[in-house]
Design a protein around this ligand. Structure first.
Ligand code: AHM
Ligand code: MG
Length: 341
């Protein structure tokens, strides 16, 4: 009986270490640290309905949104794993207004900084819908001392690695270091992420569009017209498309990555810069989608080319199957020609 070889995340990272001769194993250790923290967060997310950790803790984060206890827990876990691991000198997190200096005796010479949304889609925790963690790794640009804001003000093209964890019907970790995208599923019986989706590619054209249509009246004309286009009947282009919107970015993104499709969070009349954050939501997913053969744009320009100016800056985003993103850009250029930033 032939058995398929199981490759754990740890083995895979070691096997791929030669891709980064200059990194001397630091990046591998950093990815491993994130993997460890995600297993602890996964354990808590899984029992969220059972214990008193569920629900709002009453505080409001710097974006003015309610913080759930699990957001706080996840933030602490990732920061603690990165601090103990010693390969990261500073963290930029959705949960912290400022850059967090995590240097210690072990990490004082660390070369990397990590931008992270520790638990995205937290409004879905109470209703048992998939949530996720999104992370992005940069080489620091400052030479010594504490990691500073400027270390994070790098274009997405400078990312060394990026990934996400989806806490769903199964838990997966998907990441890229710029050499393709690989997905690992957590086998709870052995507590290991095992390679389940090697070299992930998104279909060039999909049949799913994901957008919060409840805000339709506030969308730019180009987006309104694109939504109508998705709903029209046309055999040649396989329309109408299906509409799927979970409202949990990682879950919507992950489904579209596997099946083909498009996720849009555009500018709206109330939020001209959209809702999602460039550094720890849009850039990491843009890096992954490009590595998988897809495309990510703010409607007018490549997400990865945007120069950040603020740790928590927002951007509109159109991300997914290559040809679908290009089509949205066409609609925006034609019907909403002003750059909405
Ligand atoms: P969060 O970081 O506060 O969890 O918000 C981000 C989430 C994304 O997961 C999701 O794509 C989006 O907000 C949904 O927003 P909306 O409810 O406006 O459609
Ligand atoms: Mg978020």
């Amino acid at each position: 009986m032939s058995k398929r070889k199981v490759t754990t995340l740890g083995q895979f990272i070691i096997e791929r270490q030669d891709d980064f001769p200059y990194a001397k194993g630091e990046l591998s250790r950093l990815l491993r640290d994130i993997g460890i923290a995600s297993k602890i967060v996964n354990r808590e997310v899984n029992k969220a309905g059972l214990v008193d950790i569920l629900g709002e803790d009453g505080t409001v984060n710097i974006q003015g949104e309610h913080v759930k206890k699990l957001d706080v827990f996840a933030n602490e876990q990732f920061i603690s794993a990165l601090t103990c691991g010693g390969e990261c000198c500073a963290v930029g997190s959705e949960e912290n207004e400022h850059v967090v200096d995590i240097r210690s005796d072990v990490s004082k010479n660390a070369k990397y900084v990590v931008a992270i949304d520790p638990l995205d889609g937290s409004s879905n925790i109470d209703v048992n819908v998939s949530i996720g963690t999104i992370f992005s790794i940069y080489r620091r640009t400052s030479l010594s001392g504490p990691g500073v804001l400027n270390d994070f003000m790098q274009r997405g093209t400078e990312q060394v690695a990026a990934g996400y964890i989806i806490y769903g019907s199964s838990t997966m970790l998907v990441y890229t270091t710029g050499r393709g995208v690989n997905g690992f599923t957590l086998d709870p019986s052995i507590g290991e992420f095992c390679l389940s989706h090697p070299d992930m590619k998104i279909p060039k054209q999909g049949k799913i569009y994901s957008i919060n249509e409840g805000y339709y009246v506030h969308f730019p004309d180009g987006i309104k017209k694109y939504i109508k286009y998705c709903q029209e009947e046309d055999d040649k282009t396989n329309r109408p498309y299906s509409s799927r919107y979970i409202g949990s970015l990682v879950a919507d993104f992950h489904r579209n990555l596997i099946k083909g499709g498009l996720f849009i969070y555009p500018s709206t009349a109330q939020a001209p810069k959209g809702k999602l954050r460039l550094l720890y939501e849009c850039n990491p997913l843009a890096f992954i989608i490009e590595q998988a053969g897809g495309k990510a744009s703010d409607g007018y320009r490549r997400i990865l080319d945007i120069q950040p100016t603020d740790l928590h800056q927002r951007t509109p985003i159109v991300i997914g199957s290559h040809d679908m993103v290009s089509k949205v850009e066409e609609f925006l250029r034609k019907h909403s020609p002003v750059v909405a930033v």
